[in-house]
Design a protein around this ligand. Structure first.
Ligand code: UGA
Length: 437
């Protein structure tokens, strides 16, 4: 494999993983971030996100000299053959992707880019952004290529080094090849296409995943109505390779830093381009509706009357958007917490990834340092994130602390038999105790 000089602008989940992994497969990488303190910490191999294997890769990269961190994006790109833009594209006004960071960096590095370098957009951006960045750069010698990222938080290194596919969208096929070659070591199928198709592939992937989850959550409700078991139903359909078993576990709704942002951005893209895509709207609405329905179950079981939870203390187990991350962005657990709070509940929450309450949550809930403290005096317990060790809690002790013996397991995580032995009544999603047990 030919060693390339690579610059990565932005050291979030995607940027840092890209930089560290490309260094690990033999390229020479300079990562830039405008946050100087973060750059200093990264220079000491201090990684502030929970991502298995990443601190070790950063340490190896620093030790081998293949990976360096700088604060100045212009300095980072000066020698680079390939420049990755890994910048945040948050949900902007009306749900559209906010491209301010991408545009600002394009503006900044324009004159510092080396002749004939390739600029690669890894950020999730609306169709047409690759062309827009090319126009912003205004450098005919520079090709701009789209190379979306499909990694999952908590599995970022694994997903980067063992990708299902590498998608590269380029108007200039030679530039596309140059980007694809960076991944030659990884032995993954490469989809070489045009920029619009690559950009749309990223949105389509996240939309499809969200659609699977909304489908599974709705199906779980249907299972409840007929005393059917969601686990068996999705396993039954999942054996069909056209459907697949993955991403069909019901939960408290889907969230995170990507699925909600990208489905809303795609909805805006559809509206702006006059394309009616009812499935997309239904996927988003189903998620909201599903969360309301779960909250109604808690209200029905815990309200002293009038559909209110005023004066009712609840223990929440898990707040991050999924297990294995400390990320709270668009967490379904927080969406459920807000709905419970609206009904008047007093919320005490425990999450192993959070030691103290983020300031913006202090009005919503109180963070405790153990599940037992959250449960002490609570009327019921609600499991919202699938942290595996919740299964192993001392549920007898938890039962002694709860006012009413009910656990709402909105991840179908716990062992109902074990809860039964602890004289706790288990309420899962789409399956009854009899089936799960
Ligand atoms: C998602 C995609 O899975 C990645 O492929 C994509 O690259 C990434 O977004 C991105 O665009 O950057 P991530 O945000 O890390 O990755 O989260 P997921 O693992 O996809 O989980 C999303 C949500 O679905 C979570 O709230 C999770 O708890 C929920 N989920 C997932 C379920 O409720 N049930 C399942 O069976 C799977």
């Amino acid at each position: 494999m030919r060693e390339r000089r690579v610059a990565v602008i932005g050291t979030g989940y995607v940027g840092l993983t890209t930089g560290a992994c490309l260094a690990a497969v033999g390229h020479r990488v300079v990562c830039a971030d405008a946050d100087h303190r973060k750059v200093e910490r990264l220079g000491r191999a201090e990684v502030d996100i929970l991502e298995p294997g990443l601190p070790e890769l950063v340490r190896d990269g620093l030790d081998s000299g293949r990976l360096t961190f700088v604060g100045d994006s212009r300095a980072a790109v000066g020698e680079a053959d390939v420049v990755f833009l890994c910048l945040p594209t948050p949900m902007g006004v009306g749900g559209a992707a906010d491209l301010a960071a991408v545009e600002a960096v394009a503006d900044e590095v324009r004159s510092a880019l080396r002749r004939s370098a390739v600029v690669v957009n890894k950020s999730t951006v609306p169709v047409g952004t690759t062309e827009r960045v090319a126009a912003l750069l205004g450098r005919p010698d520079i090709a701009v290529v789209s190379n979306p990222e499909f990694l999952r938080e908590g599995h970022a290194v694994q997903d980067f080094l063992h990708p299902d596919r590498v998608v590269v969208g380029a108007a200039d096929q030679e530039a596309g090849q140059r980007v694809a070659e960076l991944y030659a070591e990884l032995d993954a199928p490469v989809v070489l296409t045009d920029p619009a198709s690559a950009e749309l592939t990223k949105y389509a992937a996240n939309f499809f995943l969200a659609m699977k989850l909304s489908f599974a959550n709705n199906l779980a409700t249907l299972c409840e109505r007929f005393d059917a078991d969601i686990h068996d139903v999705v396993t039954g359909i999942g054996h069909d390779p056209r459907i697949g078993r993955a991403f069909l576990d019901p939960g408290p709704g889907w969230g995170g830093s990507c699925l909600p942002k990208d489905t809303h951005a795609l909805l805006t893209v559809c509206e702006e381009s006059g394309v009616d895509f009812p499935l997309l709207r239904a996927t988003i609405d189903t998620n909201v509706e599903h969360q309301r329905r779960l909250v109604e179950r808690v209200v029905a079981g815990c309200s002293p009357g009038n559909g209110s939870l005023r004066g009712v203390r609840l223990a929440l187990l898990g707040l991050t958007f999924k297990a294995g991350t400390s990320d709270l962005r668009d967490s379904p657990a927080l969406a459920i917490a807000r709905l419970l709070k609206e009904r008047g509940a007093d919320l005490y929450a425990y999450d192993p990834a959070l030691s103290e309450s983020p300031p913006d949550l202090s009005d919503l809930l109180t963070i405790t340092d153990s599940p037992e403290r959250a449960a002490d005096g609570a009327r019921a317990c609600v499991v919202l994130t699938e942290w595996p060790h919740f299964r192993e809690l001392d549920w007898e002790a938890m039962a002694g602390l709860l006012e009413a013996p009910v656990v709402y397991d909105f991840r179908n995580l716990l062992d109902p038999l074990r809860l039964d032995r602890a004289a706790l009544s288990w309420e899962g999603i789409g399956r009854s105790y009899a089936m799960a047990g």
